[in-house]
Design a protein around this ligand. Structure first.
Ligand code: NAD
Ligand code: IPM
Ligand code: MN
Length: 366
């Protein structure tokens, strides 16, 4: 088999710092029988500075051709004033939309060694393992019209539009049910059918998809606001949560704090399997952003980005055993008490820099 290609997009802020640690991990796998051809491109503010666009067409072509794309983070205050269409985040949104990466998997797992770092009590999060399945190419992120209009009377009007077609709801709920089948077989769907038409349709299509194709999985429905409350009241009640683009964005940042730090949460964004090859286009990225407040100080936790690469091993390269091995290495360094700045707190531990954390994970790989 040809060596698979990985396109790496370090981006802005702490992005290059955490991606440097992922490169060490990729290097370890290369030296141990799983080589990758690694290419690198600009995305976000750095791409805007270089090309005047948040991602160039050439970089998009490489992303289309790659076996998987790995992105760290985009954005930052330096680009607060750039035109909306070329703001750093537009590069990430273009990648998701053009690659049709509709299924965003955001697992939130609480490692035992970090159970005291959660903002919740240990017993509420110990052993927590939930998966948020976020719809990623529709909803209010992409719906038209999306405008700010001058009303001419000193007032302006901003419009964002939430749009969902039934096929989009069906395919994301099918992903959630499929994921649940290899987990605890429970899906909770979250929307706001009490206020939003898209919530009414969401609820209906998820239920139909369940009844027609996945009756073996237990399905429940919750209003998304109540779901947010339940997530911090008793998070272990959930197995898989399926929700729309915006609710999924917010609920996954909430879920991050159940695990101890936003610096711990990886994600995978997947397209539909190609009918001929079965291959899914895929982008792997941490849930966190560019963390401008700590950029350049060696304080960033590289684990979310490293665990995103583990997800790439699992979902793009059929290398589940290697993914397990990498996750076990992360677990081991945390159990050994190594802590980046975001994890300094209960129980002490050994303070390490971003780079020291990456080195320790590579050493723990064997
Ligand atoms: P953020 O996720 O960048 O930071 C929120 C807080 O979490 C900060 O205090 C930060 O220091 C901390 N944090 C985040 N990642 C961390 C890590 N790996 N290790 C240690 N601490 C970490 O969110 P924000 O500050 O709201 O956004 C900053 C910029 O990032 C914005 O421009 C936003 O649009 C962008 N953003 C990008 C992505 C992405 O590229 N996927 C995701 C979210 C936000
Ligand atoms: C995320 C981020 C992005 C989103 C931004 C940077 C566009 O917050 O991946 O969670 O809102 O989807
Ligand atoms: Mn987010």
């Amino acid at each position: 088999m040809a060596t698979p290609t990985l396109l790496i997009l370090p981006g802005d802020g702490i992005g290059p710092e955490v991606m440097a640690e992922v490169r060490k991990v990729i290097g370890w796998f290369g030296a141990n029988g799983r080589p990758f051809t690694v290419e690198e491109e600009l995305v976000g503010g750095c791409a805007y500075d270089a090309h005047g666009a948040a991602i160039s067409d050439a970089a998009m072509e490489k992303a289309q051709a790659a076996d998987a794309v790995l992105l760290a983070a985009v954005g930052g205050p330096k680009w607060d004033k750039v035109p909306y269409d070329v703001r750093p985040e537009a590069g990430l949104l273009r990648l998701r939309k053009d690659l049709e990466l509709f299924a965003n998997l955001r697992p939130a797992k609480c490692f035992d060694a970090l159970a005291d770092f959660s903002s919740l009590k240990r017993e509420l999060v110990e052993g927590l393992d939930i998966l948020i399945v976020r719809e990623l190419t529709g909803g209010v992120y992409f719906g038209e019209p999306k405008t700010i209009t001058d009303l001419g009377n000193g007032q302006k009007r901003a419009i964002d539009t939430q749009v969902y077609d039934s096929f989009e709801i069906e395919r994301i709920s099918a992903v959630a049910f499929e994921m649940a089948r290899v987990r605890d077989k429970r899906v909770c769907s979250m929307e706001k059918r009490n206020v939003m038409k898209s919530g009414v349709l969401w609820n209906e299509v998820v239920q139909q998809t369940h009844d027609a194709r996945f009756p073996d999985v237990e399905l429940s429905h919750m209003l998304a606001d109540a779901g947010g409350m339940q997530l911090v009241r008793a998070p272990k009640q959930f197995d898989v949560i399926v929700t729309d683009n915006l609710f999924g964005d917010m609920l996954s940042d909430v879920a991050a704090m159940l695990t101890g730090s936003l610096g711990m949460l990886p994600s995978a964004s997947l397209g539909a399997p190609d009918p001929k090859t079965g291959r899914r286009k895929a982008l792997y990225e941490p849930v966190h952003g560019s963390a401008p407040d700590i950029a350049g100080q060696g304080k960033a936790n590289p684990i979310a980005c490293i665990l995103s690469f583990a997800m790439a091993l699992r979902y793009s390269f059929d290398a589940g055993a290697d993914a397990d091995r990498l996750e076990a290495a992360v677990e081991r360094v945390l159990a050994d008490g190594l802590r980046t700045a975001d994890l300094i707190g209960p129980g002490g531990g050994k303070a390490v820099t971003t780079s020291e954390m990456g080195d320790a994970i590579v050493a723990a790989l064997g």
